[in-house]
Write a protein that binds this ligand. Structure first.
Ligand code: ZN
Length: 453
């Protein structure tokens, strides 16, 4: 571990610490991978430290993305006007052609975009493992290491195909025993429970309509035996609700509950169509939700009851989802959309700007079980932070820097530190060559579409 010291001086600071302290002018100091000082006024002098001039900027905790599918970065823009089930059935045949090289390039693109938009920790949900594709989980894990983000890959799976009443075609599903063995092997090989871990595995069957109940139940048992978290898609559309009613005579969340899927170690992507009773139960059990406003709007799925879920006690983080159902792939835009959609749905008190920032950072950390390590700027926490420039024409004249960050257009990103390491400087991702990568992304998309015929 390098013990390099970086001093950010003269910036506005939003800490999200227990006292929710904010400094109009303050400093943050990182040594190695930890924060060693946060406070008002100028930073003390440190011998040999790199000093970053933070004047005109806001330093905030790095964003935590709680739901996405990195591999989809190379399949964006397809079925642009379809709802979820139509979108999925168009895309499954294209996705059937992915391999380790396409996942590598897609993950580079998606993760670089996340970094460039202030994200320091990314959860990914990967549920497609074509038989001849190579080791796709390894491909995305090595890519996250290369790009430099803290990574929580969720080992997804599908074992319920069309012939058994599910939505996906036979070509993209796997056998249940094979899935459980591969998931356990992934935990044994990759999961790092250390407090400054850059990599934690999650167990994540895809969704009720692409997975058998047996797999859901056994996946929950596996995750608890191994001490890792559980994630799946739930209550995204009314079609899914109808499908569960017809097949099981209950709602998606009741179905998930019967299979052991409730508790603070579980988080659901979307969670749009919950009634009052379901929200109360989720809140009481501490079950989390990854709110993905752009994807939900793109697919016309609805708007999650974020204010009600938060009030009930459910941790609600943000996810960009997509990439193929949210072409932007930018967490800062999810934060703005979360606020706007919550107010459009529930009135002006539904979500304030600081709560929106908290969802994008600390609540996301809580969902991943990492609220003691990341999500706020505090001495002893990991040095995952973003320095946003707020003195250009886009943001000059917005009185409150937090409001500028949440309500304004995405600002230039001066610096992004992940685990103390600069990953973005002056709006440039240091770990990829963007023009070369963009050309490669286009090439791979053409190949996948041609393969699907
Ligand atoms: Zn998703």
């Amino acid at each position: 571990m390098s013990t390099a010291m970086i001093v950010i001086d003269g910036a506005s600071v939003v800490t999200l610490d227990q006292g929710r302290r904010e400094f109009t002018t303050g400093h943050v100091v990182a040594e190695g991978n930890r924060i060693v000082a946060v406070g008002p006024g100028p930073a003390p002098a440190y011998d040999g430290a790199r000093v970053v001039d933070g004047r005109g900027c806001l330093v905030a905790p790095g964003f935590v993305n709680t739901h996405q599918h990195l591999y989809q970065w190379v399949t964006r823009g397809l079925a642009a006007d379809a709802g979820l089930f139509g979108w999925l059935t168009t895309l499954y045949p294209v996705w059937a052609g992915i391999d380790d090289e396409s996942v590598h390039v897609a993950a580079q693109g998606a993760l670089a975009r996340l970094a460039r938009t202030g994200c320091t920790t990314a959860a990914d949900h990967h549920y497609l493992f074509p038989r001849v594709g190579g080791d796709l989980l390894e491909a995305e894990i090595l890519t996250a290491e290369e790009v430099g983000l803290r990574f929580h890959p969720a080992r997804g799976s599908m074992d319920l195909s069309e012939k058994d009443g599910g939505l996906p075609p036979d070509s993209v599903v796997q056998d249940r025993d094979e899935i459980l063995l591969a998931t356990e092997a992934a935990i044994d090989r990759w999961h790092d429970p250390a407090p400054d871990s850059m990599l934690r595995i999650v167990v994540a069957p895809c969704s009720p309509f692409s997975v058998t109940g047996e797999l859901m139940r056994e996946a929950a048992e596996l995750a608890r035996r191994k001490g890792v978290r559980l994630h799946t898609h739930l209550a995204e559309t009314t079609d899914e609700g109808d499908w569960c009613q017809e097949r099981f005579g209950c709602t998606p969340s009741e179905y998930a509950g019967q299979l052991g899927w409730t508790g603070p170690d579980v988080w659901f992507a979307h969670g749009i169509h919950f009634d009052d009773t379901e929200i109360k139960r989720l809140g009481q059990s501490g079950t989390g939700v990854a709110h993905c406003p752009s994807s939900n709007a793109r697919l016309g799925a609805g708007i999650a009851r974020v204010a009600d879920l938060r009030m009930a006690g459910s941790p609600v983080g943000l996810g960009v989802d997509g990439a193929a159902s949210n072409e932007a792939g930018s967490l800062i835009e999810e934060m703005r959309n979360a606020l706007l959609f919550a107010r459009a749905r529930g009135g002006p008190q539904a979500l304030d700007v600081r709560a929106a920032l908290e969802m994008a950072t600390l609540d996301g950390a809580r969902i991943l079980g990492r609220e003691n390590e990341i999500g706020s700027l505090e001495v002893g926490k990991l040095a995952d932070l973003a320095l946003w420039r707020l003195d250009t024409l886009a943001h000059a004249g917005i009185a409150d820097p937090v409001a500028a960050l949440v309500l304004g257009t995405p600002p230039p990103l001066e610096l992004l530190l992940v685990n103390g390491r600069p990953v973005v400087e002056h709006d440039t991702v240091l770990t990829v060559d963007e023009p070369t990568l963009a050309a490669r992304v286009t090439q791979i998309q053409h190949t996948l579409i041609a393969k699907a015929g």
